[in-house]
Design a protein around this ligand. Structure first.
Ligand SMILES: Nc1ncnc2c1ncn2[C@@H]1O[C@H](COP(=O)(O)OP(=O)(O)OP(=O)(O)O)[C@@H](O)[C@H]1O
Ligand code: SF4
Ligand SMILES: [Mg+2]
Length: 336
């Protein structure tokens, strides 16, 4: 089925998940990088994916977008709006038809995603024309300027004529967001979109992302290692460690009653009130294995204060897709 036919066969239905990821597993050369990653996004729902560096957040985004680097293989299923066709199994041509149209993405460093030799207004207009949203060149130019205005770029007519290197980092991020939202995607994925920005610009960008998602009822997957940032944008959180989701739940509950020792560690590490005399935050003992080889059984067991013999076996998931924990000894909380 072509991307057009896929989109036409499944018009926006507010009752169907916009994105359903099941048992997503990514391997390279016999080494597992992601294992059984399962989650879904409802229409207009904002879900945060958090975890330390090397936990598998970006790989999750790239697998969903069909942009995994060469040598990495994905299995599982990734479905858009209940579409029977599995995005992991359709051809690259169909998938690239869905990218930029049904799936939008904003990366940490927009220079890698923008064409350095093309004026940014033309790049936004091209996204509209490639996907057939607007046929006429002049209309596309006008629409591109409106999109640049929507992301609150001052004097969008002037900005549109600039090349990426003539913009600040924050302005480039806004251009990326305009491109990602241009065709009203079902799903917007933002991977560390504000990490390189200063605090004020970061706050503006977060507001724009939240507003852009709300206007278009797109589902948002917001990736960051920065828990307080994710918590301001997302109503539900997925906590990832060692290529696995180890806890999931509503933001408020997860922040007040975390159950997994790793989530507890992340929270302690972002609690400004826990700063010591020298101004240092508590950190989670140990580190993510630099070679990406996590222990067998529970992936967190070599850093966990509560682990014992039982933890040499993977604990499995208890709870539902959107609310649960993978731990033999979770803290008392949402599931009693
Ligand atoms: N092309 C690749 N080949 C082999 N291993 C890879 C490749 N890309 C990523 N990995 C490994 O997969 C693991 C997860 O990487 P990923 O980039 O998803 O982490 P992340 O959670 O996004 O971290 P960060 O916060 O630093 O962006 C890491 O151990 C990384 O070394
Ligand atoms: S399963 Fe065991 S090692 Fe893993 S997080 Fe739970 S208590 Fe710690
Ligand atoms: Mg990353």
């Amino acid at each position: 089925m072509s991307a057009d036919a896929l989109a036409a066969a499944h018009p926006k239905d507010p009752t169907v998940s916009v994105l359903e990821v099941r048992d997503l597993t990514v391997v390279t050369g016999g080494h597992t990088l992601l294992e059984d990653v399962t989650f879904s996004l409802g229409p207009g729902e904002r879900v945060g994916l958090i975890g330390e560096s090397g936990s598998g957040k970006s790989l999750t985004a790239l697998a969903v977008m069909g942009l995994l680097p060469e040598g990495l293989t994905a299995t599982g299923t990734v479905q858009l709006r209940g579409v029977e066709t599995d995005l992991l199994r359709i051809g690259e041509r169909e998938r690239s038809g869905l990218r930029g149209r049904r799936l939008g993405m904003v990366f940490q460093e927009p220079m890698t995603a923008l064409n350095p030799l093309m004026r940014v207004g033309n790049q936004v207009a091209e996204v509209l024309r490639i996907h057939g949203t607007v046929d006429d060149r002049e209309d596309a130019t006008q629409r591109a300027q409106r999109l640049l205005a929507d992301v609150e770029l001052p004097d969008p007519g002037r900005i549109a004529r600039r090349y990426p290197h003539q913009l600040s980092g924050g302005q480039r991020q806004r251009v990326m967001l305009a491109m990602a939202l241009a065709n009203g995607p079902d799903v917007l994925i933002c991977d560390e979109p504000t990490t390189a920005l200063d605090v004020t610009v970061q706050a503006q960008m977060l507001q724009l992302i939240a507003a852009g998602v709300a206007d278009r009822t797109s589902g948002l997957l917001f990736i960051s290692h920065d828990l307080p940032v994710v918590a301001t944008v997302c109503e539900r959180l997925l906590v990832m460690y060692g290529g696995r989701i180890v806890e999931a739940g509503p933001t408020e509950e997860l922040l007040t009653r975390p159950r997994h020792p790793y989530t507890e560690g992340l929270l302690a590490a972002s609690d400004l009130e826990a700063v010591d005399d020298q101004g240092r935050l508590p950190t989670i003992p140990g580190a993510v294995p630099p070679d990406g080889r996590f222990p067998s059984g529970c992936v967190f067991r070599n850093r966990c204060p509560r682990g014992d013999e039982a933890c040499t076996v993977w604990p499995g998931w208890s709870g539902s897709d959107g609310d649960g924990v993978a731990c033999w000894y979770p803290s008392e909380g949402r599931h009693g």
